[in-house]
Ligand binder design. Structure first.
Ligand SMILES: Cc1cc2nc3c(=O)[nH]c(=O)nc-3n(C[C@H](O)[C@H](O)[C@H](O)COP(=O)(O)OP(=O)(O)OC[C@H]3O[C@@H](n4cnc5c(N)ncnc54)[C@H](O)[C@@H]3O)c2cc1C
Length: 227
């Protein structure tokens, strides 16, 4: 199906937000956490939908430029009003049908995109009965996508904890990598569901560490951006 690029926002030095309006009479249906594939010049790449479903009918993508890549440099030249080819919503990293345990979202960089959709959707439902943790790794504070929004959400809802982790910058945020954070938060090994999204190295390590902590395959879901 075709989609019109309605708007493009330069979010950080290397990340842009693209707002697409799918041209479908039935509307565009998706579940929080799903992704689409985008076809440009006969090449396809997948992108997570970063907004929760809403009345606007828009889908938002949050994309980091890979200067040596095939597709993102082409995307960087595109302007509002241009048309791209997209798939229907795909993917099985979605929210549980019954939500009866804490949810811990672990990501780096644009891996936060599907979690913004999922957490935004959960927070829209009103008072939460379980805790939500977003453990978000970046190099520098300037790289933290949707920072103001996540901080506002955690200020408004005591059950949502936003935990940025920076690998290359001292204070005010926690220094280091995401792994030590969820290991501490879940040191008691209580029942929980973990969602992990990002590039291969982080995903692989999280899978290994969650296993070592004693969590089983039904307790974590991964979306790996490469490999
Ligand atoms: C389900 C799914 C959802 C995705 N969602 C997003 C999303 O929401 N936002 C987003 O930015 N990307 C997302 N990606 C990655 C995206 O599909 C492309 O791989 C990415 O945009 C690079 O495309 P390219 O053609 O420019 O580079 P390619 O020509 O494909 O680049 C070659 C290789 O570079 C590596 N690479 C590229 N960028 C990085 C990076 N930042 N860090 C580490 N390695 C990298 C990868 O290993 C890749 O195979 C997703 C991937 C999948 C599978």
């Amino acid at each position: 199906m075709q989609a019109v690029i309605e708007n493009i926002i330069q979010e950080t030095e290397s990340v842009k937000r693209f707002y697409l309006k799918p041209q479908s009479e039935e509307g565009f249906r998706f579940l929080p956490g799903q992704f689409i594939t985008l076809r440009i010049q006969d090449t396809e790449r997948s992108y997570s939908i970063a907004n929760p479903p809403d009345e606007s009918g828009l889908i938002e993508l949050c994309i980091v430029l890979n200067p040596d890549g095939k597709v993102t440099p082409l995307l960087w030249q595109m302007q509002p009003g241009e048309i791209v080819e997209i798939s229907e919503a795909l993917g099985s990293m979605v929210l549980p049908e019954i939500w009866d345990k804490d949810l811990c979202f672990i990501c780096t960089g644009t891996g936060v995109a599907p979690f913004r959709s999922m957490i935004g959707h959960l927070l829209k439902q009103g008072e939460l009965n379980q805790n939500i943790y977003l453990v978000f790794g970046n190099r520098y504070s300037a790289d933290i996508l949707y920072k103001a929004e996540f901080e506002a959400w955690s200020g408004e809802n005591g059950r949502f904890q936003f935990i940025p982790v920076l690998s290359r910058e001292e204070g005010p945020y926690r220094k280091g990598y995401v792994h030590a954070v969820y290991e501490e938060l879940f040191a008691d090994r209580r029942d929980a569901h973990f969602y992990v999204c990002g590039w291969e190295a982080m995903c692989k390590e999280a899978r290994q560490r969650l296993k070592t902590m004693g969590y089983n395959r039904r307790q974590y879901t991964f979306e790996q951006y490469d490999g």
